[in-house]
Write a protein of this length. Structure first.
Length: 147
């Protein structure tokens, strides 16, 4: 199994796609790192991961069990497509993936939290809107980037 050390570098951006799915490559990086004991601050089954699980109907434990066998990304994708209870067309997957790239926090507390995080990371940034924007910026800054 090729596990990243997420104490030394971030997982793939949630924007990266596998089989059209956003979030999935990042999930795989976090699962593999957790299994290897190198996840650091990254958590599998966080709220962002659940967008993927709600869309596919997959059980997070079943996915983790498959990844633990040591299979690569392509084989995981094949397993996802074969085992997802909620089947989607390529167009539906593409539309869902496009939506995930723009989703933001809906409730007041989470919007306030988001605003505070952006202020902490780079208060000059006015182009950040969604969850993926925050995750990419946080990953960048957490590993020494200047925002």
């Amino acid at each position: 199994m090729n596990a990243l050390n997420l104490t030394q570098r971030p997982p793939r951006s949630p924007r990266v796609r596998l089989g059209g799915y956003t979030i999935l490559p990042r999930i795989l990086d976090k699962i593999r790192a957790e299994l290897a004991g190198t996840a650091g601050e990254y958590k599998y089954k966080n709220p962002n991961d659940w967008h993927f699980f709600r869309f596919t109907g997959l059980d997070p434990e079943a996915l983790q069990k498959q990844v633990a066998t040591g299979i690569g990304d392509w084989d995981v994708l094949t397993w996802v497509n074969e085992n997802a209870p909620l089947k989607h067309t390529p167009l539906e997957i593409s539309q869902w993936a496009d939506w995930t790239q723009t989703v933001s926090f809906n409730d007041i507390e989470m919007r306030e939290w988001y605003t505070e995080q952006i202020k902490r990371l780079n208060p000059a940034r006015e182009d950040l809107r969604g969850t993926f924007d925050y995750l990419d910026l946080d990953d960048f800054v957490s590993f020494g980037g200047k925002a």
